[in-house]
Structure formats: C-alpha cells, structure tokens
Design a binder for this molecule. Structure first.
Ligand code: ADP
Ligand code: MG
Length: 271
C-alpha cells in the first residue's frame, strides 16, 4: 500500500479563529445570595457550547461573568477566574473595555437602536468599544455578510433598523457584535423571541460563524442545543441552592448517554 492511499482526500477544515474561555471555580452572588457555585468549564475554539438547564439555575449570570457584565449589577460579586486564551479577565492585565471587545454578547430580545439606520447600528459596535475603523463601509458589509443579513439589507442600509423583522433585527445585533472581531460571542437565548423560520436562520448563522468565533449559547430548546452545539453543559440549582454544572461534555454524549440521571430527566423533558 502506498502512503498516498491513506492520505485524506478532503482538505482539513481551516483552523478555528475563536478564542478559548476557561471558567475556573466561578461562584457568583447577588448581595448575600449565592446563585452560582464552583463552575468549571472549558469553552473552546471551533466549537459551539450550549448552556442548558431550568430557569433560575444561573445560566445568564454565568454568561455575564464571562465578559465582566456581572460586576456592573449593583450588589453583585463573584469569585474564581475566567481565562481568555490563558489571561484572567479579572486578573488586572486586561481592561474591561478590552474584555468586552474580545467577548461580545447578544441578548434574548433583539435590541438594535430602532431609529438609527441599519448601517449605523452595525457601526455602533465600533463606537461602544472605542474601536477605530479605517474602512467603515467595508467593515459594515463584512459584518452583515457574516451575520447572514447582507443580501436582505444591502439596498436599504440607510433605513431605520426598527423597520426590520424580529429575526432580521437579531441578525443585525449579531452583525453589530461582530464588527469588532470578537474571539468569543455569548448568546443568551437569542431565538426565544423569534418564530421558527427566523430561529432557523439564526441557527444557520451560528453554524457559519463557528469556525470564526467561539460561541456560547444559552437555550431552553433541546432540539436547538442538539442542532447547533458540539459541547454542552447542564446547569441545575436544587431548591434554595446555588446553580452548579451537573455535567458537561460532547453534546451527543449528554443527550445520548448522560452520566447523571438528572441530566437524562432534563434532556428528555421530564422536568
Ligand atoms: P437563568 O438564566 O438560568 O434563568 P439567572 O442567571 O437569570 O438564571 O438567575 C439565577 C438566580 O439569580 C435566580 O434565582 C435569579 O432570581 C437571581 N438573579 C438574577 N439576576 C438577579 C439580579 N439582578 N438581582 C438579584 N438576583 C438576581
Ligand atoms: Mg437566563
């Protein structure tokens, strides 16, 4: 047998460009109430990580600890470390603005500036993080393309964003967060306010972005978690207890062969 015979014929996928985030013993409080305990989780480049679990178990709080948004809530505090490509985002070497530029966020309810034009909304991503752009129009187009919205809006870039459908507005928000080329994109239930068709479009966009940016998505939709993610973490808070990660690992294993009976119950819709 020649060596050529064992050479793969399909080219290797392009190296992932996203960053890695690693949470180490992250705990979080609101006032004296502990809502998250000792979360350890590695969220890697080239993979979409889905955070699943019942309401109130701390998924959104955890997401906010990953880009230093937790600390802006009055009375909120946290312990532990979050490493972005090895640097602790709370360690003093990175400024908050640098962290927010490198770790973007998209929320449940699309929140464009409705009276502002579509183009200006995308460019607002630059202003919010103080990033200067030499080629503003090119960057706007590139971000809209990456968010899967360019073809729908290319002829109405000066129109107000408020005229877009809910799903388009959400893709606009994705475009806005992409303008500063984040390494990580946090998405907190980005489809919960959307119809099934818009949801599918966002899922396609997530699939296309996966090799460019590390995505961490909170979702209540178990089918969606299976469609979009390669890694999954199941959060649970027992009554009056802080939320913890019950188990994490490849999505296929969490759904197909969970280690913990509580994970099995949750992914099969039994609570
Ligand atoms: P999830 O996203 O999993 O539904 P959250 O992270 O929103 O959970 O909430 C975790 C816990 O923290 C809940 O008990 C919630 O009531 C509480 N919580 C969330 N935000 C605040 C806040 N700003 N102030 C006080 N408690 C909060
Ligand atoms: Mg939430």
């Amino acid at each position: 047998m020649t060596t050529e015979a064992s050479t793969p014929t399909t080219p290797a996928p392009a190296a992932a460009e996203g960053g890695t985030l690693r949470a180490e013993r992250v705990s979080a409080w609101f006032g004296t109430r502990k809502v998250l305990e000792d979360v350890n989780l590695e969220m890697g480049a080239g993979a979409v990580t889905a955070l699943i679990g019942p309401s109130g178990c701390g998924k959104s709080t955890f997401l906010r600890t990953l880009n230093r948004m937790h600390e802006i809530i009055p009375g909120a505090s946290l312990a532990g470390s979050v490493l972005l490509d090895g640097d602790d985002i709370y360690g003093g070497t990175l400024r908050v603005t640098q962290v927010r530029r490198r770790v973007g966020m998209v929320f449940q309810k699309p929140n464009p500036f409705p009276a502002m034009s579509i183009a200006d909304n995308v460019a607002a991503g630059l202003r919010l993080t103080g990033t200067r752009a030499t080629d503003r129009d090119g960057l706007i187009e590139d971000s809209l393309r990456r968010a899967g919205l360019w073809n729908e809006v290319r002829n109405r870039l000066r129109a107000p964003a408020g005229g877009l459908s809910g799903g388009q507005q959400q893709r606009l928000c994705i475009a806005r967060s992409l303008t500063v080329r984040p390494e990580v994109l946090l998405m907190d239930e980005p489809c919960s306010a959307l119809d099934p068709t818009s949801t599918r479009r966002i899922e396609e966009t997530i699939g296309e972005l996966r090799s460019q940016v590390t995505i961490i998505i909170v979702t209540h939709n178990m089918q969606q978690a299976q469609r979009v993610s390669q890694r999954c973490a199941f959060f649970l808070a027992a009554e009056d207890q802080p939320g913890r990660v019950v188990e994490s690992g490849p999505t296929e294993r969490l759904f197909g062969d969970p280690e913990d009976p509580r994970t099995a119950d949750y992914v099969h819709g039994r609570f």
